[in-house]
Design a protein around this ligand. Structure first.
Ligand code: GLN
Length: 283
C-alpha cells in the first residue's frame, strides 16, 4: 500500500468529508492534520511528501470519524482561533464565531479612543471576547460573567493560558452578582428563537449548549432582561455593544430607545447581515 503522506492524507480526508457533507472539507482536513502533527496549518505544505507516523494516523482516524458524525471540529481538537488567539472550548461552552470578532474590534477602538478602563463582558461563555479585549488592551480591568459553571471553567482556562491578569471571572445570572458601574458593557447573549433551535445546522443543534443560544419565543428575552437593568450598571455616557441576530436590529434598537439610550446604531457583518447594535447611556 502506498505510504500515507501529508498530501495523500489531506486528499483522502477532503473526499471523505465531502461525501459526509461536512462544511469546508479541505480546511477541516488541514485543521485536523495540523493539530495531530502539532504544526501550523501553513507548515503542512512544507512537509507535503512526508510520511505520517502510525501513532499519528491512529489519533487522526478517530478524529476523522467524529467529524464525519458532525461533531464540531473545535470540540474535537479542543480549541478555536478567535481574534488571533487560541481559545479553548469544550462541550458546554459555545464555540466562538468569526462574526463576534466585530464586537471585539469595536470595543478595542472605543477603549483606545476614550481611554476606558472598566469593562464588563456579560454572557462571556468561553471568555473569547474578554480574552481578546484584555490581550489587546492590557490597561483595562475586565469583568467577565456567565451563568454556566462549565463555561466559566473554560473562560478561566483561557484567561490563564494567555496570562491575562486583568480579567476577573464571576459567576452571575446576568447582573445578579455584578457590582459597580462600567464604562463599556459588551455582550453576545443567547438570541435564537426557541422554535428555530432545532433548525440550526446539525453540528450546532446536536452538540452546542442550547442555553447559550436560546433567547426565548422571539429570541429577545435576554436583551429585555439586560436592557432593563443596564442603566444601573453603566456610567453616564457609557456604551453598550450587543451581538444580535440578523433580524433583530430594529427590535433591539427599540428596546434600547425605550430605556432612553441615545445614539443607537446597527452594524452589518462581512456577510452583509445585521450583527451588532451599539448605544450610549444618557449624560
Ligand atoms: N451566532 C450564533 C449561531 O448562529 C448564535 C449566538 C447566540 O445566540 N448568541 O449559532
Amino acid at each position: 500500500m502506498a505510504t500515507w503522506t501529508t498530501t495523500r492524507l489531506l486528499e483522502w480526508m477532503e473526499q471523505y468529508f465531502t461525501g459526509k457533507d461536512v462544511d469546508s472539507p479541505r480546511l477541516t482536513a488541514e485543521m485536523l492534520l495540523s493539530h495531530v502533527l502539532n504544526m501550523k496549518r501553513i507548515e503542512l505544505y512544507m512537509h507535503f511528501e512526508k510520511p505520517v507516523p502510525q501513532d499519528k494516523l491512529d489519533t487522526l482516524r478517530q478524529m476523522v470519524k467524529e467529524v464525519g458524525e458532525h461533531k464540531p471540529v473545535a470540540y474535537i481538537v479542543g480549541y478555536r482561533e478567535f481574534y488571533s488567539l487560541r481559545i479553548n472550548v469544550k462541550p458546554g461552552c459555545l464555540i466562538p464565531r468569526p462574526e463576534t470578532e466585530m464586537l471585539v474590534q469595536h470595543s478595542i477602538d472605543l477603549i483606545r479612543s476614550k481611554s476606558i478602563t472598566r469593562v464588563l463582558d456579560l454572557c462571556t461563555g468561553s471568555g473569547c471576547i474578554a480574552a481578546a479585549i484584555a490581550h489587546n488592551c492590557p490597561e483595562v480591568e475586565l469583568t467577565a460573567s456567565d451563568i454556566s459553571e462549565k463555561a466559566l471553567e473554560t473562560a478561566r482556562e483561557n484567561a490563564e493560558n494567555h496570562s491575562l491578569k486583568n480579567i476577573t471571572i464571576t459567576k452571575s445570572d446576568l447582573f445578579e452578582n455584578i457590582e459597580g458601574k462600567f464604562e463599556l458593557i459588551v455582550s453576545n447573549p443567547p438570541y435564537i428563537k426557541s422554535s428555530e433551535i432545532q433548525r440550526l445546522d446539525k453540528n450546532v443543534a446536536a452538540h452546542e449548549p442550547l442555553e447559550a443560544l436560546n433567547g426565548g419565543d422571539d429570541g429577545l428575552d435576554v436583551y429585555r432582561k439586560i436592557i432593563k437593568k443596564l442603566p444601573d450598571y453603566l456610567e453616564k455616557q457609557g456604551m453598550v455593544i450587543f451581538e444580535i441576530g440578523f433580524d433583530q436590529a430594529e427590535a433591539v434598537t427599540k428596546l434600547l430607545e425605550e430605556q432612553a439610550f441615545i445614539d443607537v446604531k446597527s452594524f452589518k457583518d462581512t456577510a452583509g447581515k445585521w450583527r451588532m447594535v451599539t448605544a450610549v447611556s444618557p449624560a
